[in-house]
Design a protein around this ligand. Structure first.
Ligand code: ADE
Length: 228
């Protein structure tokens, strides 16, 4: 999968070179690049923002550098072009799975008071939000998309890592996990996990998963993970 993030702060994305994402990039499963929009500014001072028409607080990102950047990165419109925005469709397990089937994804990160609407109208296919709160920019939201979508790309999770039992995969929260030692600060690992009986372990985990979901996220129960 090819991912291009368009941002005024490309350095913020260096953290994606760690852990599972970093491994996937090194293995060539993810072709990831953060592109600096400022390099496309036609302004002699590389300015990429201006005051909003009609007045109001803050600055708005200008259309020209973004338009030229997108035209350069994706001249034939082969990418799904996404603008990270609190106004967008809410990111969910289902949306992550569906984006993971796309070959090329472009994520545009806004900053300040947002982006000139005309460049969104001209260039953007869809808007995605990571939740009902406002971030100072789309960068953190884009990182959330890159991480959560890549996990569903074939090969990104190694053997022994799986999203099968994870929270939301079957519309439920995941069961609790334990590792060595068998007792810590007086708290014991449930016996059933130590006896090697996989049928019983499976039953225990399913019951715990149901119990946790009921307690912490009753809204998930009865909701169809495939359709929501
Ligand atoms: N940019 C600012 N806030 C955002 C949010 N909640 N989701 C996605 N992009 C954003």
């Amino acid at each position: 999968m090819k991912i291009r993030v368009l941002t005024l702060f490309p350095k913020m994305f260096e953290c994606l070179n760690e852990s599972i994402m970093g491994r996937a990039i090194k293995r060539g499963l993810l072709d990831f690049k953060a592109v600096d929009i400022r390099n496309y500014s036609a302004d002699k001072h590389m300015k990429c923002d201006d005051t909003p028409y009609g007045g109001g607080a803050g600055m708005v990102m200008t259309a020209q550098p973004i338009y030229d950047c997108i035209s350069d990165i994706d001249p034939k419109h082969e990418f799904v072009r996404i603008y990270m925005s609190p106004k967008g469709e809410r990111l969910s397990d289902k949306l992550c799975r569906s984006l993971a089937t796309v070959d090329n994804i472009l994520l545009l990160c806004g900053h300040y008071e947002g982006v000139d609407q005309r460049v969104l109208d001209l260039c953007i296919d869809r808007e995605i939000s990571i939740g009902d709160y406002v971030l100072s920019g789309g960068e953190l939201a884009a990182m959330v998309v890159v991480d959560s979508v890549s996990r569903f790309v074939d090969g990104v999770l190694g053997s022994g890592e799986s999203h099968e039992d994870e929270s939301f995969s079957n519309g439920m929260l995941e069961y609790p996990q334990y590792t060595r030692p068998p007792e810590f600060m007086g708290l014991k690992v449930p016996d059933v996990l130590l006896n090697g009986n996989h049928k019983e372990i499976d039953k225990f985990r399913k019951a715990k998963s149901a119990e946790l979901t009921e307690k912490l996220r009753p809204d998930l129960i009865g909701r169809n993970a495939e359709t929501e």
